[in-house]
Design a protein around this ligand. Structure first.
Ligand code: NAD
Ligand code: SAH
Length: 419
């Protein structure tokens, strides 16, 4: 049996069936797995992956394994692990997994270290916790690493900051920056799964509610769009004038978080920033306001201040904590302020993760081939990989696109033809 620390190996059969269900919506990754099985581009390569342990991640792990990789997987969030998937990966796929849903912070980091014990040559991160653990606490392992990949926006920001400081010790590809990642995963994936998480946690009606979205980046756009589709009155808060203008012209009300705090029924943060919903906001919120995060870890909502403002706290149903303030009002925090779509729901649907994880698989292959030529910095996903994934996805969806005629090509390249 492979090394592991999971909740219950007895859940493996349930996990296997759910992985099979999700894989039906992941044709691009499937075609990559078929090629990897024949070509073995990752033969003998040790990969430490720190990702949400979901049915979609299982397909990615199986693809890497088909390519010849030896893998250790840990969770990139203490609440997002699907324990049946972890069990199936260990029992049915022979992959080492260190992840338990609801693990405390100490166990979370111990699992990262357990996964690093294979001395990875490639790291696959979602939020840069593996990279930062390697650079801060496991420096001796850095000599084995040839490169890595990063899944999400804030991870890329952290890694770029490390590169700018000259601290980053190996090249990383920013998977998040591929069009076939953020345009679909961050927007449509976060849009649907965040609303799904809120509904599963609360069973509240979205229609007619005042729904506040903090941050109008790729995730915020998706969440606002889907909340509007449910019939909410959507308010956007921003710090970037361009995004605020865009949200206004997309038909949303834009105001400061302080103003929005007075009138919102449901609040969702999607900024990647710290303490976006702060003490001042809680003090003016309505009785019964619901607050959650779909951005970064558990930092976007200032829960410490909420605790200080409160006289009592209780869990009223799964994923819903009721804080009763000294002013008598009740505020509900969902999923401990961690990503609501992965804590209370199942994360993004497989159809978008198909593209995100196709990028991961192809970037791991690219890294093995090209690491020696790369610097210790953050790279974009090569355009050829991005375009190929879009082509494969369209093909799987049965959608045809046109090709330029010779005349059109010439027209687009010339300055003489004009109007
Ligand atoms: P983005 O950079 O496209 O958007 C972030 C937006 O937040 C920007 O427009 C920025 O101006 C705004 N912002 C920053 N500080 C703010 C503040 N104090 N108040 C209001 N707005 C503020 O990033 P993104 O791709 O949308 O990602 C957002 C976060 O979500 C990141 O942390 C990312 O890692 C995470 N993410 C989560 C999921 C998920 O599954 N829940 C999926 C993808 C990304
Ligand atoms: N690890 C941090 C950083 C944000 S996670 C945290 O937990 O707070 C956001 C990432 O989760 C996205 O970039 C997205 O690609 C990934 N994600 C969303 N749904 C997923 C799913 N079903 N399976 C695996 N990863 C998923």
């Amino acid at each position: 049996m492979v090394r592991h620390h999971i909740k219950d190996i007895g859940l493996a059969n349930k996990g296997k069936l759910r992985i099979e269900w999700a894989a039906q919506e992941m044709p691009v990754l499937k075609s990559i797995a078929e090629r990897f099985r024949k070509e073995k581009p990752l033969k003998g390569i040790r990969v430490t992956a720190c990702l949400h342990v979901t049915t979609e991640t299982a397909s990615l792990m199986e693809t890497l394994k088909a390519g010849g990789a030896e893998i250790a997987l840990c969770a990139s969030n203490p609440l997002s692990t699907q324990d049946d998937v972890a069990a199936s990966l260990v029992k049915n796929s022979g992959i080492s997994v260190f992840a338990i849903k609801g693990e405390d912070t100490k166990t979370y980091y111990r699992h990262i270290k357990d996964s690093l014990s294979i001395k990875p040559q490639i790291t696959m991160d979602d939020g840069a916790d593996v990279v930062s653990t390697l650079h801060k606490e496991e420096k001796a392992l850095l000599k084995y690493v040839i490169g890595g990949t990063e899944e999400t926006t804030t991870g890329v920001i952290r890694l770029k900051a490390m590169a700018a400081d000259g601290a980053l010790q190996y090249p990383i590809i920013a998977v998040n920056d591929a069009y076939t990642k953020h345009l679909f995963d961050n927007r449509y994936g976060t849009g649907q799964s965040t609303v799904d998480g809120i509904i599963r946690a609360t069973n509240r009606l979205i229609a007619g509610s005042v729904f506040v979205v903090a941050g109008y980046g790729w995730c915020g756009r998706g969440v606002a769009m889907r909340a509007k589709g449910h019939g909410a009155r959507v308010i956007v808060t921003e710090i970037d004038p361009l995004k605020a203008l865009e949200a206004t012209m997309d038909g949303y009300e834009v105001m400061s978080i302080k103003e929005a705090s007075r009138i919102g029924d449901i609040f969702v943060t999607a900024t990647g920033n710290i303490n976006v919903i702060s003490k001042e906001c809680f003090s003016v919120m309505k009785d019964g306001a619901i607050v959650c995060n779909t951005g970064h870890f558990n930092v976007e909502i200032d829960i410490e201040s909420l605790k200080m403002l409160s006289k009592t706290k209780r869990i009223i149903r799964d994923y819903v904590e009721e804080y009763t303030l000294k002013n008598g009002r009740r505020i509900y925090v969902l999923g401990e302020g961690r990503l609501i779509n992965l804590a209370a729901a199942e994360g993004h649907p497989s159809a978008v993760m198909d593209m995100s994880f196709a990028n991961q698989a192809l970037c791991a292959e690219y890294m093995v081939k090209n690491a020696k030529k790369l610097q210790k910095t953050v790279y974009s996903v090569p355009e050829s990989i991005d375009k190929e994934i879009a082509r494969l996805k369209l093909k799987a969806m049965g959608i045809k696109v046109d090709t330029l005629t010779a005349e059109q090509k010439k027209y687009l390249q010339s300055w003489e033809m004009g109007t």
